[in-house]
Design a protein around this ligand. Structure first.
Ligand code: ZN
Length: 450
């Protein structure tokens, strides 16, 4: 069994920041102490003085594009970028081709990941108009939940949040966690017709925030929340993008008792509608990037425990697919490699503390999904760890981009912090730019009770 001793590291965990030694034996954390001085045979010692150690990020919303869309990305390429960015576990969405809407297709994805994923993995079972009976049969102990993210409800006919009768059925019957994308199709359609009548096909990028506006998000989120509350469903709202939606969530119950949870995504915490001027459709996401007060409101809602976690919604497209006019440019962009570093930028701007950052990206995700033995720096837990230099300035040049799609909205951005190393199940899979490419993560496991 490999043994690694990380010495004199500043650990951020469970609301505390303190200097410790951490001993990893095999896949797990063996010991965390102020100072480990005993003699240990065959141990790799890392002197981490001046570096920070956090539990690896658990990203509950990625689109790694395998199978079927591998010109955009694949499980290996994107999980490799993820570990370089400090993400040690991910949950992938069902809008691959074919859509992951049967148990067999779902298991096939797990098979693919078992051979090529550098991070730990789980895959959402897709839910649409036609597969409710099958979706209700997922095993909550080894599948993270149900999601419609990126799927149409019925062929090209809108998304599930717009079908309350069907939501009633799903929410009353499922005992799984259900994670949905909430935007109102009819409001978006009405806005689009109005803007298109003024601009034709060449709608300027900033109008994305007006077409997919605050109201479209609020109306849909409120509608779905009310149905979830009625049935006491275990419901998780993906990528909340407005302050008004964030204020719909309770912060007066402890997380482990919440039946309804919600997340903010990196891009909504960083960009605002002013950035469309320079980045154009490269920051076209659904839900859209909106005004500055929304960004500030989301950060405040995380602080106030109205929102619980931070995810990426990493959704690579080729640069050709992002270019072109408003109608041609696909929504989504790659984020896993720089997500943690963006949060450290917010830390350097005094907008988030290190303790809260870890809470939102790791502890709370583990709690929401009832994950087994992950999400904390604790003895006996899996050694999913990230070593960070908080004060190491570097520029994300084109050559450093690891995504299969080869671009990033952060190309040429100068970050103040750097990921130094990443451990997944005790394996040092990323070490100062060097990858252990044959390393594979594990299937995530969960406690049954949701
Ligand atoms: Zn979505």
């Amino acid at each position: 069994m490999t043994k690694t001793l990380i010495k004199n590291v500043t650990a951020v965990n469970e609301g505390e920041v303190k200097i410790v030694d951490v001993l990893i034996v095999g896949e797990r954390i063996e010991k965390i102490e102020k100072s480990i001085t005993e003699k240990i045979e065959n141990v790799n010692v890392i002197n981490a003085e001046g570096l920070h150690l956090i539990p690896g990020l658990i990203d509950d919303q990625v689109h790694f594009r395998e199978p079927g869309l591998m010109h955009k990305g694949n499980i290996h390429s994107e999980s490799r970028a993820a570990v370089a960015g400090g993400i040690t576990s991910f949950m992938d969405m069902p809008n691959t081709h074919p859509n992951t809407v049967t148990l067999q297709l779902l298991e096939e994805k797990y098979q693919l990941a078992s051979k090529s994923s550098m991070a730990n993995y789980s895959f959402f079972m897709g839910i649409n108009k036609n597969n409710l009976d099958e979706a209700l049969r997922i095993n909550n102990e080894n599948i993270c939940g149900l999601s419609d993210d990126g799927l149409y409800f019925d062929s090209q006919d809108g998304i599930m949040a717009n079908y309350p009768d069907y939501l009633e059925k799903v929410f009353s019957k499922s005992d799984s966690l259900i994670a949905l994308h909430c935007e109102d199709d009819s409001i978006i359609e009405k806005n689009l017709i109005s803007i298109e009548s003024q601009y034709g096909k060449n709608i300027p990028a900033e109008f994305h925030a007006i077409i997919r506006n605050e109201e479209a998000c609020f109306v849909a989120t409120k509608r779905v929340l009310d149905i979830a509350k009625k049935h006491n469903t275990r419901f998780h709202v993906l990528h909340v993008s407005t302050e008004k939606e964030a204020n719909l969530f309770d912060n007066n119950i402890p997380l482990h008792k919440k039946r309804i949870t919600a997340e903010a995504c990196i891009h909504h915490l960083w960009f605002t509608d002013k950035d469309y001027k320079t980045l154009g459709n490269h920051i076209k996401w659904n839900p859209s990037i909106k005004s500055e007060p929304n960004k500030i409101g989301l950060l405040q809602a995380l602080k106030d425990h109205k929102l619980d976690i931070i995810a990426t919604d990493h959704a690579p497209h080729t640069i050709a697919e992002k270019n072109g006019n408003y109608f041609e440019s696909k929504s989504g962009g790659p984020l896993v490699q720089h997500a943690l570093l963006v949060l450290f930028e917010l830390y350097h701007q005094n907008k988030i503390s290190l303790e809260q950052l870890v809470q939102n990206t790791s502890h709370n995700v583990a709690e929401i999904y009832r994950m087994k033995d992950r999400g904390y720096l604790r003895e006996g837990y899996y050694a999913d760890l990230v070593l960070i230099d908080l004060n190491k300035t570097w520029t994300a040049t084109q050559q450093t981009i690891l995504y299969k799609c080869g671009w990033s909205p952060f190309t040429d951005y100068e970050f103040k912090s750097k990921v130094v190393g990443t451990f997944v199940n005790g394996a040092h899979v990323y070490d100062k730019g060097v990858f252990q490419d044959d390393a594979t993560g594990k299937r995530l496991l969960f406690n049954k009770e949701r």
